[in-house]
Design a protein around this ligand. Structure first.
Ligand code: NAD
Ligand code: UD1
Length: 337
């Protein structure tokens, strides 16, 4: 019996990936310090699957705690989600972001090397394409970081690439997510942000449920179809399936590679708001506000490399996304609390 170790497994994407891996017949260990999650998400994954997860509370900066996991369990691969992800916060606390995101990955890889486990899937972000203007964006788009969060992802990508070049027994898949949204269709697990959401979908769901008065749409004068920003929204269940595919790829086509995980379709803020209200029959009051600094007009993936090499593509529709996002929010108005 061997395990897939998920760092940050209790988080939003980690918990959905745990669900997908268990359903694909894998054994799962989660290693999480619960700084932005709770073990409740994993308990619900266990209820949904009837299978158990080994849940370890620990910090990726704690090498001894990490080593104890590898010493106790035969791990065949690691999916490294654990990290900090708030762009604004990263500009206030850059050292914490670099220490956790870059330093945490280095420590993880050191422990993995010590135990001879050299298969790794890493959570990167489309933010590494900076303010690229030429969507759809293939993986060959020049990378540039716009803030410490983005820089920490880019630096980590470089570290991993250098590591694999130094020792080709490492197999590493870097996954660049576009905009993860939605929730498992059961409505039992989903995104549970702390405080005021920064991202569009959790803000919409909190407005719809009455927690917030109205949505501010940042900019209606972009050179887009309706003037609002265009993004590539990917259902978290599709994203989770992308991780299952990337893990398989490590074993069938070893080495280092990066993949965009996105739908390839750009949708505007108004597309999302309008469809959310229509499908769910709820009001989403909004008003237009100034552009948010750092935002680009249009940003979406060219996902053809993942389709060809991972045999993966998104399956869920916009209607699935808005229905499942709402299903999670209305069944869990206070998240996991
Ligand atoms: P999340 O915050 O829900 O999950 C991250 C998990 O890591 C949490 O459970 C948190 O408690 C844990 N964690 C944080 N620091 C840790 C540490 N030092 N040691 C152990 N555990 C720690 O975030 P998510 O949305 O699931 O994102 C997962 C990964 O994907 C992150 O690396 C993030 O940067 C990346 N990513 C997310 C998005 C997005 O929009 N959600 C987009 C692109 C990339
Ligand atoms: C943001 C981050 C990006 C990160 C990504 C993860 C910034 C500048 N970028 O991307 O680094 O990788 O999240 O998912 O923070 N919008 C509104 N009103 C809101 C919130 C958002 O109109 O209250 C608009 C935005 O202007 C944008 C779209 O909705 O056009 C999506 O925004 P968001 O969900 O924050 O994602 P990104 O900005 O694409």
């Amino acid at each position: 019996m061997s395990y897939v170790l998920l760092t940050g497994g209790a988080g939003y994407i980690g918990s959905h990936t745990a669900l997908a891996l268990l359903r694909a017949g894998e054994q799962v260990i989660s290693f999480d310090n619960y700084s932005n999650s709770s073990p409740e998400s994993l308990k619900r994954v266990e209820q949904l699957t009837g299978k158990s997860i080994i849940k370890i509370e620990g910090d990726v900066l704690d090498v001894e705690a990490l080593a104890a996991v590898f010493a106790q369990y035969p791990v065949k691969a690691v999916v490294h989600f654990a990290g900090l992800k708030a762009v604004g916060e990263s500009t206030q606390k850059p050292l914490w972001y670099y220490e956790t995101n870059v330093g945490g990955t280095i420590k993880l890889c050191q422990v993995m090397a010590k135990f001879g486990v050299k298969n790794l899937v890493f959570s990167s972000s489309a933010t590494v394409y900076g303010d690229a203007q030429n969507s759809p964006l293939p993986e060959t788009t020049p990378t540039v970081a716009m803030n410490p969060y983005g820089q920490s992802k880019l630096m980590t990508e470089w570290v991993l690439q250098d590591l694999q070049h130094s020792d080709n027994s490492w197999n590493i898949a870097v996954l660049r997510y576009f905009n993860p949204v939605g929730a498992d269709e059961s409505g039992r697990i989903g995104e549970d942000p702390n405080g005021i959401p920064n991202n569009l979908m959790p803000f919409i769901t909190q407005v719809a449920v009455g927690k917030r008065a109205e949505l501010q749409i940042f900019g209606n004068d972009y050179p887009t179809v309706d003037g609002t920003g265009v993004r590539d929204y990917i259902h978290v269940t599709d994203l989770a399936a992308g991780h299952v595919a990337a893990l398989q790829h490590l074993f069938t086509d070893p080495g280092f590679d990066s993949f965009n995980l996105g739908s390839g379709e750009g949708l505007s803020v108004l597309d999302i708001v309008t469809r959310f209200a229509a499908v769910n029959q709820v009001e989403v009051p909004y008003q237009f506000a100034a552009r948010r600094p750092g935002d680009v007009a249009r940003y979406f993936a060219d996902p053809s490399k993942a389709k060809t090499l991972l045999n993966w593509q998104t399956e869920k529709t916009l209607d699935d996304i808005v229905r499942d996002s709402w299903n999670w929010q209305k069944n869990n108005p206070n998240g996991y609390n």
